[in-house]
Design a protein around this ligand. Structure first.
Ligand SMILES: *[C@@H]1O[C@H](CO)[C@@H](O)[C@H](O)[C@H]1NC(C)=O
Ligand SMILES: *[C@@H]1O[C@H](CO)[C@@H](O)[C@H](O)[C@H]1NC(C)=O
Ligand SMILES: *[C@@H]1O[C@H](CO)[C@@H](O)[C@H](O)[C@H]1NC(C)=O
Ligand SMILES: *[C@@H]1O[C@H](CO)[C@@H](O)[C@H](O)[C@H]1NC(C)=O
Ligand SMILES: *[C@@H]1O[C@H](CO)[C@@H](O)[C@H](O)[C@H]1NC(C)=O
Length: 487
């Protein structure tokens, strides 16, 4: 007797054999005394070859697939259609955020509202056209204290697909207070085959929010993308799901539930940011993941990211750098000044932080707790995040932050200039007391699809340094180069 498992495998193999040679008795296919040994060996060899080519030799099929994939043109801005969830109450107030990323010459987008407000009357080409959502009063909504508009917003998925826009590879969804970094979104989606079913986004940073919804759900305000092939199918079945998920809070949970019923899971891209945090986002923005930033959400709840500006001005200022080198924005590069024993952490296009002494790179990748939790009456859950936290120096004299002041460009090069946020009444001390300006020289970061799939942090040299200023250069690291102060 064979062990049960072995027996099963053998039986399965026999099935395959008899399937290939249906009219030959199994006994004859296997070694039987009635056939000559040579014949049997030949027969078994050819059977094995057929089984091998049919079931194991995938290159047998793949050349045509490879061709069709590689002849596809690269994904561009024009292949994406954005559907922005807004409302008559908010649209006018949120337009300044949308203007930052929308350009009607290159971006296809529509804003969905509940009804037309009087001030929408004249067409405004600086923002996407407005569409009034269809009536959803027939669907149930039973979440206590929630908003029925969740159904309307979930149904945007169906209504945008049914517009039948041409040549769409991806539908991208977000709120009117979601800031998109469109070029980075395009590059990220370019990694995936839009003919397959993809649901791409990110969950919340907050442990508590994920606990309430799902760790595997794309949070709507952070934005998410659905490949056109999946979006078509989802649009067809969504109404059925909406009748079943009246008990859920948000629109994103409705979409997610329906996708789960279709058997689809979330593809996590860390560049999407729900930002379930409020206040000072320095900690988040100075230690971004290696993947490019794709969105930021909850723009009204964040402090202006640059000093002495209001929120809109600060984001405009950021976009001066975004428009020069989108792939590099917020990318964290660490330089070591060995002669003065300084560690310099750059978040390109935003800010630089200088530490006295040797800080190891792994420690600098955790987020300084500069922000507050989304829920003001914070529970323990709300204070826990899905990333590592380190403390932000309580003493402002120890923070040593330089904010991007201006930038100059020529061809593919950029020289960004960061000036120190001066804090009055700090005791005179240390090598960086009089350091007021840091300039950073870099080349435009243009990664192809393959490089996007396996990004590597770049390296940095100190070109010159005086008591008052420093010039850094960002470059590719050598093959075995380590980012550390000492070797
Ligand atoms: C769009 O293109 C037109 C024609 O090329 C140009 O005049 C206009 O300035 C562009 N608008 C924007 C917002 O880029
Ligand atoms: C939305 O309403 C319009 C006009 O009433 C109708 O033509 C369209 O089919 C509706 N779409 C959906 C998805 O219900
Ligand atoms: C921000 O500042 C600009 C320029 O001073 C001003 O036009 C705008 O209204 C301000 N925005 C807010 C929200 O205060
Ligand atoms: C950097 O900005 C400061 C403050 O605006 C300015 O004084 C300095 O000249 C700038 N440096 C360069 C190289 O642009
Ligand atoms: C910083 O600058 C001040 C005034 O320019 C000077 O008196 C002081 O010696 C400098 N400190 C260091 C550490 O270089």
């Amino acid at each position: 007797m064979l062990p049960k498992k072995k027996q099963k495998q053998t039986t399965a193999f026999h099935h395959r054999l008899t399937h290939l040679f249906p009219r030959m008795p199994l006994r004859r296919l296997l070694l039987t005394p009635t056939l000559s040994t040579v014949k049997t060996i030949l027969l078994l060899l050819s059977a094995a070859f057929i089984v091998y080519t049919l079931f194991f030799n995938s290159s047998f099929h793949s050349p045509s697939l490879l061709c069709s994939r590689s002849t596809l043109s690269p994904t561009t801005r024009r292949h994406i259609v954005f559907a922005i969830a807004s409302s008559s109450n908010f649209w006018s107030r949120r337009k300044p955020y949308v203007r930052l990323w929308y350009n009607r010459n290159s971006t296809r987008a529509f804003a969905f509202v509940d009804r037309i407000a009087p001030d929408f009357a004249s067409a405004d080409p600086s923002v996407p056209p407005v569409i009034v959502s269809n009536d959803t009063s027939r669907f149930p909504y039973t979440f206590r204290g929630g908003l029925r508009s969740a159904i309307r917003v979930a149904r945007v998925v169906k209504e945008i697909v049914e517009r039948n826009e041409q040549d769409v590879r991806w539908y991208v969804f977000g709120d009117d207070d979601t800031l998109f970094f469109v070029d980075n979104l395009v590059k990220t989606l370019g990694k995936y085959d839009h003919e397959r079913w993809y649901y791409i986004g990110s969950n919340s940073e907050s442990y508590g929010q994920n606990l309430k919804n799902s760790f595997d759900m794309a949070f709507g305000g952070g934005g998410f993308a659905i490949s056109h092939s999946l979006a078509r199918v989802l649009a067809g079945v969504l109404d059925s799901c909406l009748t079943r998920y009246g008990h859920l809070y948000g629109s994103d949970a409705r979409i997610w539930s329906c996708l789960v019923e279709l058997g689809v899971g979330l593809t996590h891209e860390p560049g999407f940011h729900q930002v379930d945090m409020r206040g000072n986002l320095f900690g988040l923005l100075s230690a971004h993941a290696l993947s490019p930033i794709i969105t930021l959400h909850h723009l009204d709840a964040m402090d202006p990211i640059f000093p002495n500006m209001n929120n809109t001005q600060a984001l405009h200022h950021l976009f001066e750098a975004v428009n020069v080198d989108p792939g590099r924005i917020f990318q964290q590069i660490v330089c070591y000044d060995r002669s003065h024993s300084l560690t310099i952490s750059v978040s390109w296009g935003f800010a630089i932080q200088v530490f006295e002494g040797n800080r190891l790179l792994p420690d600098l990748l955790s987020l300084q707790r500069t922000f507050m939790s989304w829920r003001r009456a914070a529970t323990i859950d709300a204070n826990q995040y899905l990333f590592n936290i380190r403390e932000y120096p309580k003493d402002p004299c120890k923070r040593n932050i330089f904010y991007m002041q201006n930038l100059r460009t020529s061809k593919n090069n950029a020289l960004t200039n960061y000036t120190r946020k001066m804090v009055t009444d700090c005791p005179a001390s240390g090598a960086i007391k009089n350091l007021t300006q840091i300039r950073v020289f870099s080349q435009k970061l243009e990664l192809d699809v393959e490089e996007m799939k396996a990004p590597r942090r770049q390296c940095c040299d100190i070109i010159s340094s005086s008591k008052e200023s420093m010039l850094l250069e960002i470059r590719q690291c050598g093959v075995e180069e380590l980012i550390s102060m000492y070797f």
